[in-house]
Design a protein around this ligand. Sequence first.
Ligand code: PMV
Length: 315
Amino acid sequence: MPAFAASAPGKIILFGEHAVVYSRPAIAVPVNMVRARAAVMANPAGPPGQVQIRADDIGLDSPLDALPYDHPLALAVHLVAEQIHVERLPALRLQITSTIPIASGLGSGAAVTTAIARALSAFLGHPLTDEQVSAIAYRVDQEYHGQPSGIDNTTIAYAQPIFFIRGQPFERLCVGQPFSIIIGNTGIASPTSAAVGDVRKAWLANPDRLERIFDEIGSIARQARKFIEDWLPERLGPLMNHNQALLQELDVSSPELDRLIAAARSAGASGAKLCGGGRGGNMIALVTPETAQPVADALRQAGAVNTIMTTIEKT
Ligand code: PMV
């Protein structure tokens, strides 16, 4: 059997993280500059049925059977096998690599699962649909995030800019004109589950206040959709800043994120906010061809360990 390889992009949430868990709309786009890759090849010399999983980025080189069933990489393999009704996998090697930083709001987990599901199902002769891949990535995310909204797996499996409301079919976003975003990494790994859990506690303690914030974030996401589709970029930056102020009220920003966001705005970004779970991870800034370099430089000077520029193409 030949080797099969697949890759999947990272993602950023432009508007609406956290409120999306409470069924408000959000907007997310794939980031093709960073990707997870999976390659599956037969291992004729291996013991029958042995699946060897190797992920150098996390120092893992292990037979599938030696991993707990719900280990995220193992679970992805089990769910693919279940989906296509393969009871016993042939002896194979699965190699995973990724340039998406882990636990930093760029969807690394969903991208790794997506790449595994695509490569393994193709290797087994039953390529899965985007919908099946997305459902598997959601199941794996559930093990680690508790109650994920589903925005990560949907953006990554369909590799499209989306307007997303939990529990509803997603809508593809029509991007009126290409636009560019600089992503700045604080270098602080921050598990989404912790931030989501703290927002849940705050919501339980003060539901009226939190519901008002979620409503306001949802209304920002709806306005942003219109400005992206009708292409009114001068209206998008202020919406990003307003979204960030509400994320601060939810207490999911951090001094490091706030510093990078302030630096990006001072260097000419028309808007900036954290993206993803927050407390660390990445922030995003809306830039033009003129402000892209000064903003990237300012982010580095303010302590960003890495910056990525991504362009959202017209759709
Ligand atoms: O940190 P990420 O990339 O997993 O994004 C999480 C987005 C949240 O809205 C905070 C959680 C969710 O499941 O939507």
